[in-house]
Design a binder for this molecule. Structure first.
Ligand code: NCD
Length: 311
């Protein structure tokens, strides 16, 4: 594997290999690397968990880290430098680039112009493949399997890149998806399909069911995983002046969670908005804080190892 810009860059056995290795990492969380390699964290969009866990992962491996944490303001991108020239430059300074940028197509530039491997830490509303690794790892750890699950996915299904990546992988594990999109007056006025899943449904008939808020509550007791996401208001520039529209979305409070199976798990890539109330945090089914966040470290160690070995 050279790049990891899309979940399609790794076949199923490679993904599973990374998950297996992450489990070994978790068991043996000790420094063990040769210390000469350099990871460049180039983040042109905000991040807490993704950037810091990558940095921590590289440090744990014994490598070194160069960080441009606010690259849209602090790098030459601000002066109009192209992504092509940026990749040419970064390729001279490190062994691997971890990058986040708001433009969906930056991954194509990376494929063309980077001489060193690039890991996609988020490309606009495109993908977030390393979040998928930790989501898969968390599901596997918590439920003991990835296959034949009933998964409810709620919130921003259009701009939420974590959902885009996750669904593409879990689809091949014979999971059933129950999609619960957030909608507002803007969608209705423009006649937009609030589901945004019509194309998936066409391609993979039978795997996706769209639910409204009330139907979601009714189906909750059947679910194995409930994956919540926030509204990505920053990606709705054309409705910027209407940012505070009322959203109609499925939210979790203790009342809803009470109806879930004991073995079911709630995941969230974080940060959260109002879609999960804080009272849910202490429920054993809430995996999103400590467990899911920490798992990000193990899978990123495992991925960095895999990619750096490639060179
Ligand atoms: C997500 C992202 O950046 O796409 N955050 C993350 O990396 N865990 C989700 C989000 O911002 O809503």
């Amino acid at each position: 594997m050279k790049h990891f810009l899309s979940v399609h860059d790794a076949d199923k056995s490679t993904l599973e290999g990374i998950l297996r290795d992450a489990e070994a990492v978790e068991k043996d969380f000790e420094p063990c690397y040769d210390g000469n390699q350099v990871m460049i964290a180039f983040f042109a969009e905000p991040s807490t968990r993704t950037r810091l866990s990558f940095e921590r992962a590289m440090q744990w491996l014994g490598g070194k880290v160069l960080t441009a944490a606010d690259a849209s303001a602090s790098s030459s991108l601000k002066k109009g430098e192209t992504l092509k020239d940026t990749f040419r430059t970064l390729s001279q300074y490190g062994d691997v680039i971890v990058m986040r940028h708001g433009l969906k197509s930056w991954v194509d530039e990376a494929r063309k112009y980077s001489r060193i491997p690039v890991i996609n830490a988020g490309n606009g509303d495109g993908e977030h493949p390393t979040q998928t690794l930790l989501d898969l790892y968390t599901i596997q750890r918590e439920l003991g399997r990835l296959s034949d699950l009933k998964i409810m996915i709620c919130g921003d299904l259009k701009f939420g890149r974590t959902v885009h990546s996750l669904v593409q992988v879990l689809r091949s594990y014979n999971c059933q998806f129950y999609m619960v999109p957030a909608v507002n007056q803007y969608h209705q006025r423009l006649g937009l399909d609030p589901l945004y899943w019509a194309e998936y449904d066409e391609k993979f008939p039978g795997q996706f069911t769209a639910l409204g808020v009330q139907e979601a509550a009714d189906h909750l007791p059947e679910m194995d995983v409930v994956y919540m996401t926030r509204i990505q208001e920053e990606r709705m520039q054309d409705v910027f002046h209407e940012r505070h529209l009322m959203w109609n979305m499925f939210c979790l409070t203790s009342k809803e969670v009470e109806n879930m199976k004991e073995s079911a798990r709630i995941l969230h890539p974080l940060p959260r908005g109002k879609e999960i109330s804080e009272e849910v945090d202490s429920d054993i089914r809430a995996a999103y804080h400590e467990r899911q966040v920490r798992n990000g470290l193990y899978v990123r160690i495992s991925l960095l190892r895999k990619i750096l070995e490639y060179r």
